[in-house]
Ligand binder design. Structure first.
Ligand SMILES: Cc1cc2nc3c(=O)[nH]c(=O)nc-3n(C[C@H](O)[C@H](O)[C@H](O)COP(=O)(O)O)c2cc1C
Length: 203
């Protein structure tokens, strides 16, 4: 087509510094729950968090500086809750810094309920809840570690659950998803389209 503008020039952003804040990328936002050493419960948002393959494994990236890391080492378990867009503030508050005694008292303001199989809590109102037993931790990605759990119990809210004869677009319109757009933005996803898979594609 005449008059079409060419692709923008590519700029070398270098790799001396981490590249991840230089452009936006799409991530989920989950709330990871773990049991604290004093018997209380911790909740912390994570965006570097994803299924680890096609079976029931879930992984997230953490740093040993966070309470979540030492809690999971000690307790060998964690919860994963997927908040709805309307729970953005709750998800954000769960990242509040710990107070001097190491507490995160703000968490007591978040309505919660317990996990069923592992010892952990979920923020009330999420659309998916996973209970995970630690499978393995891999340290050494710079200051970060990958924490992988096997999903041992799972629940999904009725309105978020796919049904075989249902319309996926309608489902997402009535139960929208929350996306974290790193760094520092978010989106409510409700208008979606079917993915155009190539003919004959196999997983
Ligand atoms: C939107 C958002 C996403 C975050 N994603 C991550 C993440 O993927 N990995 C991580 O280690 N920390 C992440 N954090 C930071 C931790 O949740 C935060 O530092 C938390 O307070 C750590 O709590 P803890 O000491 O109770 O584990 C994120 C924070 C926010 C606000």
């Amino acid at each position: 087509m005449t008059g079409e503008i060419g692709a923008p020039a590519m700029v070398d952003i270098g790799v001396r510094e981490p590249v991840w804040d230089r452009f936006f990328w799409v991530a989920p936002l989950v709330i990871v729950g773990s049991r604290e050493a004093d018997g209380g419960y911790d909740l912390a948002p994570k965006h570097m968090a994803f299924p680890m393959g096609w079976r029931n494994y879930f992984g997230f990236v953490c740093t040993p500086r966070h309470g979540t890391y030492s809690n999971v080492v000690r307790e060998q378990a964690f919860t994963v809750g997927y908040p709805r867009p309307g729970q953005l503030v709750e998800a954000s508050l769960a990242a509040s810094p710990r107070e001097e005694g190491g507490e995160k008292r703000i968490l007591t303001a978040l309505p919660q309920h317990p996990a069923t199989i592992i010892d952990g809590q979920f923020v009330e109102g999420g659309y998916v809840e996973l209970e995970c037993r630690l499978e393995r931790m891999v340290d050494g990605f710079g200051e970060n570690s990958l924490i992988v759990g096997e999903v041992v119990a799972a629940r999904a809210a009725e309105d978020a659950l796919r049904v075989s004869d249902g319309d996926d677009a309608d489902l997402l319109r009535s139960a929208p998803l929350l996306a974290y757009l790193h760094p520092g933005r978010f989106a409510r996803i409700e208008d979606t389209l079917s993915f155009p898979f190539p003919a004959g594609m196999r997983k």
